[in-house]
Design a protein around this ligand. Structure first.
Ligand code: FAD
Length: 411
């Protein structure tokens, strides 16, 4: 790219802010514009369902590390302004206040929004969790105690359930599929996480849908798919997220479970890139299978990749999906894509911690799922990531044996 052309970034979340920060760190000489519809400084989302919700936990937003950089680097930050449209003929991004920002390259980092539950629309006492404002409202609600129903046993729903228990709420988690964490983790992890929640006093209902919701006085009454009714003081809906593609779709860019980009994050318009939760991309480590990842690490990695591409720097190493979730005093980590596996072996790390290593039919290590207290699984998951990136074919017995240091398999 011609040096010095303006780079405009739509979306000032984890990815967009990190693109700006990486460009600054890389010494990009041209103007950088960062447009975000949320007011204030860009902030980290993972603490919103963790420390932010805990009794006595930190309520102040944790700034994304670009904050200091944004203030001192000359990046033009436009908080509280939505990117309304892309004028591709004139290469301009049009903001909600009418301002037109000319771009040499445009990066779409518009993230995702919680999937809405139509039957909950307009009801009082129903929460979603994506933004700082959502977390602030939920924090107040949980602090009141009472009965809390969580719809959806994904990562966010379960983290909220753990926080609600810490506030002494009576918590029921209602999940339509036959196990919790069905989307991102393997069945053994689901069992272990479920027993942790049950031990903490959470009522978990699986294979249970919601037929109806209504307000009754200050309560929400939930009619379950088996006909039972349960009432709650607050309901948290955590049924996944949908990519924010409206801006890209209106601009005529290709959409395929997110803004479709190629391996270099380029959309169907070579002047426009997309990264983070909003985009789907071919994942090299799995033979270019198209995926969309909703994870902090992916937002950071793709931000670094986008900045490298925009500044013609050397490309980043191959990306391996990685996700973590903290619940009570336990951490769950998943590296790779579990559904690429055909078999798995388990490594018992002691003290209730374990890692399942998932192997393809050809014996390639494709994923590792670990769960345990504190950071018990962190180091081995990091080593597993390296093996996955190399498409290594380690001996299953060696993976399963806690006596064999994973490091020896990496070297
Ligand atoms: C509560 C919560 C907890 C999480 N915990 C974890 C965790 O433990 N581990 C993990 O790996 N991941 C976690 N994640 C996921 C992680 O935070 C996301 O994957 C990451 O934030 C994605 O970054 P992003 O920049 O793509 O999207 P976002 O961070 O969502 O940023 C997108 C930004 O773009 C803005 N925007 C959208 N459209 C426009 C527009 N037209 N104009 C201007 N601005 C626009 C949005 O308002 C938003 O600020 C969590 C997410 C949430 C919500």
């Amino acid at each position: 790219m011609e040096v010095g052309l303006p780079i405009v970034i739509a979306g000032a979340g984890e990815c967009g802010t990190s693109v700006a920060a990486e460009l600054v760190r890389g010494g990009y000489a041209g103007p950088i514009h960062l447009v975000g519809e949320e007011a204030g400084h860009p902030y980290e989302r993972p603490p919103l369902s963790k420390a932010h919700l805990e009794p006595g936990g930190k309520a102040a937003p944790v700034p994304i590390d670009g904050q200091g950089l944004l203030q001192t680097s000359g990046v033009s930050h436009y908080p509280g302004l939505k990117a309304e449209a892309v004028d591709r003929d004139r290469a301009e991004l049009i903001l909600s206040n009418g301002l037109r920002l000319a771009y040499g390259r445009l990066v779409l980092a518009t993230g995702a929004s919680p999937r809405r539950l139509p039957m909950a629309e307009g009801l009082a006492g129903v929460h979603y969790l994506r933004s700082l404002a959502d977390a602030a409202a939920l924090r107040v609600t949980l602090a009141r105690g009472g009965d809390v129903a969580v719809i959806g046993a994904g990562f966010i729903g379960l983290e909220v359930a753990a926080a609600a228990r810490a506030h002494g709420c009576a918590v029921t988690v209602i999940e339509a599929s036959d196990r919790i964490l069905a989307r991102g983790a393997d069945p053994d992890i689901s069992v272990a996480v479920a027993s942790l929640h049950r031990a903490q006093g959470v009522t978990l209902l699986v294979s249970t849908g919601i037929s109806a919701l209504r307000n009754e006085g200050a309560h929400v009454v939930l009619t379950l798919s088996d006909g039972r009714e349960t009432r709650a003081d607050a309901v948290i809906v955590g049924i996944g997220a949908v990519p924010n593609t409206a801006l890209a779709a209106a601009a005529g860019l290709a959409i395929d479970n997110g803004i479709a980009v190629d391996e270099a994050l380029s959309t169907s318009d070579p002047q426009i890139f997309a990264a983070g939760d909003c985009c789907s991309f071919p994942l090299a480590v799995y033979g270019n299978r198209r995926v969309r990842l909703e994870s902090w690490r992916n937002a950071r990695d793709q931000a670094a990749q986008a900045a490298a591409i925009l500044t013609c720097a050397s490309p980043a190493p191959p990306l391996v999906p990685w996700f973590w979730s903290d619940q009570y005093d336990h951490t769950l980590q998943v590296a790779g894509l579990v559904d690429e596996g055909k078999t798995h072996v388990c490594r018992d790390l002691g003290k209730g911690a374990f890692i399942n290593f998932h192997l393809s039919a050809e014996g390639v290590l494709v994923a590792a799922c670990g769960f345990g207290p504190g950071q018990a699984v962190a180091r081995d998951i990091r080593l597993a990531e390296m093996l996955i990136a190399r498409r290594a074919t380690p001996e299953p017995d060696a993976l399963a044996s806690a006596g064999v240091k994973l490091k020896t398999l990496v070297t």
